[in-house]
Design a protein around this ligand. Structure first.
Ligand code: M6R
Length: 366
C-alpha cells in the first residue's frame, strides 16, 4: 500500500505531480483561457462584493492560507486576514454578512476550524470550504467549496494536501481576479499556463532527492534550524520549519527573512543551519543580503535556489534547485525540497515518520 516507498510520507511527497494535476483537471483549461470551479461559479459575487476575506485554518492548512493571502491581495485586490481557527473562535471577532470566510482543512474534521465556521455562519458570513476528504464534516458545514484531489493522506505530516490546497486557492484567485477585472488578459493567460506546467516542474524538483539526502546527512545532528523566506515564500519557511519539528523533533523556527535583525539573528553561530528560500524573485537582492548577514556570523546556509542561479550558489554551503516559475506559484515548488529535507533527516534519526509522537492525523479535540 506504500507503493514501494518506505513511508507514506515519501509516497505522498512523490505523488504531488499527479495530485496537483488531478486537482486542476477539468477546472483549468489553459489553452481556452478558462479556469472554472464548480463550487465557486454561483457565488462569484459573494466574493467580489465582499469587504474582506477571512481565512481560518490550523497547522499546514493555515500556511496554505498565508500563501493565499498573498495571491488574493495581489490578484483580486480584496483585503485578506488569515486566522488560526483556535484564536478566531475565542476572540469575539468582528464579522458580518459582508465578510467571506474560507476554511481550509485536509481532513475536514479539525475541531477548531469547524467551530470557527459555525461562529462565522452565526454572524451571517458566507463560508467557503477547501477540503480534501469528501463528505467530511467541514465540507458539509460550509455553504459551498472546492475539494482538493490529493487522495488519502496517511502520513501525519501534511505534504500533498498543502500543495493541492495552494492549487485550489490559486485557481480561485485567478477566477475571481478575472471576474473583478483586476487582472489583465495577458497576465491571466500567463498564470494559467504557468500553473499547468507546475506538475512537471514538481517532478523536476523531486529529482534533487539524492542531493537532499546528502545534505540531510550533514545536518541531521543539529539541535536547531532557522528557515527564512520573503513574500510568497515566507509561509513556505514556516511550513518547512513545521515539517522538520513534527517528524524529526528538531527545534526549528520559520521567519520572514527581514525579521532576522529584530531578534533571531542573535541565535546565529557556526552551529546554526539556516535554510533560506532564495529563488529569483522581486526579493532576490534582499535575500542575498540576508544571506551575507548570516554568513558574517558563520551560520551554515542551505539555500533553495532557482535553477541556473550562480550568485547564491557561490555564497551558500549547500543549494537545492527548483525550476523557475512566476513568483506567485513558487511556493508549489520551493516546498518540495523542504519536505524532502525534513523527511530524510527524520529517517536518519530513526523517527517514526508517518506517526510522530504526540500527534494525530486529525485533531478532533479542542
Ligand atoms: O486536517 P486539517 O488540514 O484541518 O489539519 C490541520 C493541522 O492539524 C495539520 O495541518 C497539522 O498541522 C499537520 N500535522 C501538519 O503537517
Amino acid at each position: 500500500e506504500k507503493g514501494g516507498y518506505d513511508h507514506f510520507m515519501l509516497k505522498e511527497i512523490f505523488e504531488q505531480p499527479s495530485v496537483i494535476k488531478d486537482t486542476y483537471r477539468g477546472r483549468l483549461l489553459a489553452d481556452q483561457g478558462i479556469v472554472r470551479l464548480g463550487g465557486l461559479e454561483n457565488y462569484i459575487e459573494k466574493f467580489t462584493n465582499a469587504d474582506r476575506i477571512i481565512i481560518v485554518a490550523c497547522g499546514t492548512s493555515w500556511h496554505a492560507g498565508l500563501v493565499a493571502e498573498y495571491i488574493f491581495e495581489d490578484l483580486v485586490r480584496i483585503p485578506v486576514e488569515v486566522e488560526y481557527a483556535s484564536e478566531f473562535r475565542y476572540r469575539n471577532p468582528i464579522i458580518s454578512e459582508k465578510d467571506v470566510v474560507i476554511a481550509i482543512s485536509q481532513s475536514g474534521e479539525t475541531a477548531d476550524t469547524l467551530a470557527a465556521i459555525k461562529l462565522a455562519k452565526s454572524k451571517g458570513a458566507f463560508v467557503y470550504g477547501v477540503c480534501n476528504v469528501v463528505g467530511s464534516t467541514i465540507s458539509r458545514e460550509t455553504h459551498t467549496g472546492t475539494y482538493t484531489h490529493a487522495g488519502p493522506e496517511i502520513g501525519v505530516a501534511s505534504t500533498k494536501a498543502f500543495t493541492t490546497q495552494i492549487t485550489v486557492l490559486t485557481m480561485m484567485a485567478l477566477r475571481l481576479a478575472k471576474a473583478k477585472g483586476t487582472i489583465s488578459q495577458s497576465d491571466f493567460m500567463l498564470y494559467l499556463r504557468a500553473l499547468e506546467l507546475i506538475p512537471n516542474q514538481v517532478e523536476e524538483a523531486l529529482k534533487t532527492d539524492d542531493k537532499i539526502t546528502e545534505i540531510s546527512a550533514v545536518f541531521k545532528d543539529a539541535r536547531n534550524f532557522l528557515y527564512l523566506g520573503r513574500g510568497y515564500n515566507f509561509p513556505v519557511a514556516l511550513e518547512g520549519a513545521l515539517k522538520l519539528k513534527e517528524i524529526s523533533y528538531i527545534h526549528a523556527e520559520g521567519y520572514p527573512a527581514a525579521e532576522m535583525k529584530h531578534g533571531p539573528i542573535a541565535l546565529i553561530d557556526e552551529q546554526m543551519p539556516v535554510v533560506v528560500i532564495a529563488i529569483k524573485s522581486d526579493h532576490y537582492d534582499k535575500v542575498v543580503s540576508n544571506i551575507q548577514e548570516i554568513k558574517a556570523r558563520k551560520g551554515k546556509i542551505i539555500a533553495v535556489v532557482s535553477k541556473g542561479d550562480t550568485v547564491v550558489k557561490e555564497m551558500a554551503d549547500y543549494v537545492m534547485e527548483v525550476p523557475h516559475t512566476t513568483e506567485a506559484l513558487t511556493p508549489l515548488l520551493t516546498t518540495i525540497p523542504l519536505q524532502l529535507l525534513s523527511y530524510h533527516i527524520a529517517v536518519m534519526l530513526g523517527r517514526n515518520v508517518d506517526q510522530p509522537r504526540n500527534l494525530a492525523k486529525s485533531v478532533t479535540v479542542e
